[in-house]
Design a protein around this ligand. Structure first.
Ligand code: MN
Length: 717
């Protein structure tokens, strides 16, 4: 986009608008808005010394370059009138109607907040952006145009304010433009921001680009001709464009450790064709003549980016030894690539119909960014958490991972498979037991990388682990897990209490229904100060009372009076772990090392979530601070423990069946088995329930005795 046009007049804007707005009334409406703004701003000046109206004129002009509808352009003209001039919203509403007035009010609300790195301002800012966006995404688009023009004239601002404005543009507005897919505005904002934030870097890159420009331009033109002839030969109608390099994106790549020569030696072409089919045809034809660089092909047509971007990307060895980055897309895709969400104004199928509704619903339906931000605003969290989440999880450079079906999932950097699972669906997250990334099993705390293909292994009976709260990256995920526990804790205890009472009754060969007769219940309520059956289960489940003491109280089996309400001591607690010196504490078995009965164990005191029990040698303990304490197995408990095994075979033949048989012959139950091929042989991972270390050791040695299994071991994460 060109820089501020001095002497820009309303006719320029109207000329531009006329290229896509055909309705005379709408064009007149735009002109009226201009005249009104001009009158209201009369006598006001910009810091650049120009008449103030030059600003709204430029904003309106920018809006026409992304094909804004007439009301948005009008609001562009009027966007500073309510704030800076003597004009009430009633007056505006009377002249331009409620819709335009609402847009202007939205923008005004946003401008009232002044950016500051202090969180309390940021909170307000983000919240207003969110509200603005959920009401009408056009408010944000006008704000982007407003800021773009202000950035173009930033030279007139005092130097100390320049950096503040540039930082805001780079950290908040450019990411929003990116997520809305408005590439034009995003890249110009970034380049302008860099110029003020790091002028030396900016001019250094610009100069290097300039120096080599002639040679590169010549090569690009030559390559362009060769490719074009090739496509014409195959009767593909097309257009080829060279591509401008954004300085900021070069700066970014340099920051990621790439060499300047690798970046600027990479030349770029963009090919536009008419149909999706032609995209693939063109790709094949180009690859048949120019050897593609391995692993550089990306099909964003089949798998669009979360901001709706579609295109084929490939890198080929072109002429003169230069590498060429080639993008192939249809004209429609190009429109979306440049203007993103704004391109929905220009879509042919809804010319004349309700374009605004379409723009808004497209935003809400298609942009994950929008959903995430709305999700976050619904979560209960402190303002500071909210700001950090928006920054880390929505605005910052996120990673994109794929489901095995190819759906793109956008995640914050540092996200784990658990975050991925929850992003697909809360239910998937809650039943996650494992993850396979790019065909290899990974631990659940694995840090996902861009473009990872992630398969989540679930088990419908599985539930989240408390420990996940410390593992996951996204605040939304963390909140969902916390929700699960606060919702489920009680239910889980009740369930557990019911189970142990019934188990004890069966052991003693007592009828459950007889035991729970009204008379008995009444006695129990009185004795134990309870008031419902649920209460009884809950008290047993959370260890306040043991099932046995209730049974004994009713049956009065023993002569010696049993303590009726027992203070929790480890022995009568129906838990499998005894924590010395502590009565009531939540205990979880860590799912990284999956301790089983008989293992040497140690407790780790989590922040607010009880104690997690690890095996003494678990490597995760090294990372945890030294908040450990002694724990022991409760010998009274009869339980099975889930643990994970890795079984190495020595063949590529499938012995899954034998594996399952061997395991179940030993009276061990299988929770799940997965197969992964290693080079030439197959590796199995199995989750099994064992009674303890003795059984587990036997199982491992039995497996190793099988002819086709080399080695079996416990899996540590
Ligand atoms: Mn403005």
């Amino acid at each position: 986009m060109s820089h501020t046009k001095e002497g820009l007049v309303v006719q320029d804007v109207l000329e531009h608008a006329k290229t896509y707005i055909k309705n005379d009334d709408e064009l007149q409406f735009i002109e009226q808005a201009y005249l009104f703004a001009k009158e209201k701003h009369a006598g006001q000046y910009r810091k650049t010394g120009e008449d103030y109206i030059i600003h709204p004129l430029n904003v309106a002009m920018i809006l026409t370059t992304i094909y804004a509808d007439y009301q948005t352009i009008a609001a562009g003209f009027l966007h500073d009138v309510l704030e800076d001039c003597d004009c009430t919203s009633e007056e505006m509403q009377e002249k331009f109607g409620p819709e335009v007035t609402k847009l202007v009010q939205g923008v005004t609300k946003l401008s009232k907040i002044h950016f500051s790195t202090e969180n309390e301002y940021l909170i307000d800012y983000y919240k207003k952006i969110i509200v603005g966006m959920s009401e009408d995404v056009r408010v944000i688009i006008i704000k982007l145009a407003d800021r773009l023009h202000n950035m173009r004239t930033l030279w007139a601002t005092p130097p100390d304010r320049q950096k503040v404005k540039a930082k805001e543009a780079l950290e908040i507005l450019a990411p929003i433009a990116h997520h809305l897919g408005i590439h034009k505005i995003k890249s110009e904002l970034e380049d302008l921001a860099l110029r003020y934030l790091k002028p030396d870097v900016f001019y250094d890159i610009a100069e290097k680009l300039n120096k080599t420009k002639l040679e590169r331009d010549r090569t690009v033109v030559d390559m362009q001709k060769e490719v074009s002839d090739l496509l014409t030969e195959h009767h593909i109608n097309h257009e080829i464009k060279g591509r401008a390099k954004c300085i900021y994106s070069i700066y970014n790549k340099l920051n990621k450790g790439k060499k300047f020569s690798d970046i600027y030696d990479l030349l770029a072409l963009r090919i536009l064709v008419h149909t999706e089919q032609e995209c693939y045809l063109a790709l094949g034809i180009i690859h048949s003549k120019f050897r593609p660089l391995p692993k550089r092909f990306k099909d964003y047509i089949a798998m669009p980016k979360p901001n709706m971007y579609q295109s084929l990307h490939t890198t080929v060895f072109g002429i003169d030894g230069y590498l060429f980055e080639i993008q192939i897309r249809t004209y429609d895709m190009d429109e979306v690539a440049e203007n993103g969400i704004a391109s929905h104004w220009a879509y042919k199928e809804n010319k004349g119909s309700n374009k605004t509704a379409n723009l808004q619903s497209t935003t809400e339906q298609k942009l994950q960014f929008f959903k995430s931000i709305i999700d976050l605003s619904k979560d209960k969290m402190s303002s500071e958490e909210f700001v950090n989440s928006v920054k880390d999880e929505v605005l910052n450079n996120n990673i994109y991972c794929f489901t095995p079906k190819g759906d793109v999932i956008e995640l914050p950097r540092g996200a784990t498979p658990i975050d991925f699972a929850y992003k697909i669906h809360t239910k998937v997250g809650e039943t996650t037991t494992g993850a396979i990334v790019n065909n290899a099993i990974v631990p659940l705390n694995y840090e996902l990388k861009d473009n990872d293909i992630v398969r989540i292994i679930t088990n419908k009976n599985a539930t989240p682990s408390m420990e996940w709260i410390n593992i996951v990256k996204a605040t939304t995920t963390r909140n969902k897990i916390k929700n699960f526990f606060s919702k489920n804790e009680k239910e889980v205890y009740i369930e557990r209490g019911k189970y142990s009472l019934e188990k004890e009754l069966r052991k003693k060969k007592l009828s459950i229904s007889e035991f729970l007769s009204d008379t008995n219940l009444k006695e129990i309520y009185e004795e134990f100060k309870m008031d419902s059956l649920e209460d009884i289960y809950l008290s047993i489940g959370n260890g306040k009372v043991s099932a046995l003491s209730i049974i004994n109280f009713i049956c009065k089996e023993q002569d010696t009076p049993q303590p009726k309400v027992v203070k929790v001591t480890a022995k009568n607690m129906d838990a499998d772990i005894i924590v010395s010196g502590i009565d009531k504490v939540k205990v979880n078995l860590a799912n990284c090392c999956c301790p089983v009965y008989g293992d040497d164990i140690i407790g780790y005191i989590t922040k607010g979530n009880g104690i997690t029990v690890h095996r003494t040698h678990c490597h995760n303990l090294d990372m945890l601070e030294t908040r450990t304490l002694e724990v022991h197995w409760n010998t009274n408990v009869n339980k099975r423990y889930l643990t994970n095994l890795l079984i190495y075979s020595n063949t590529h033949e499938n012995h899954m069946l034998e594996l399952i048989q061997t395991i179940s012959n030993m009276n061990v139950s299988v929770d799940g088995i997965n197969m992964m091929s290693k080079v030439g042989t197959i590796l199995y991972s199995a989750s099994v329930y064992v009674t303890g270390l003795d059984q587990l050791t036997k199982l491992l040695s039995t497996l190793e005795k099988q002819p086709y299994f080399d080695h079996a071991e416990r899996m540590m994460r």
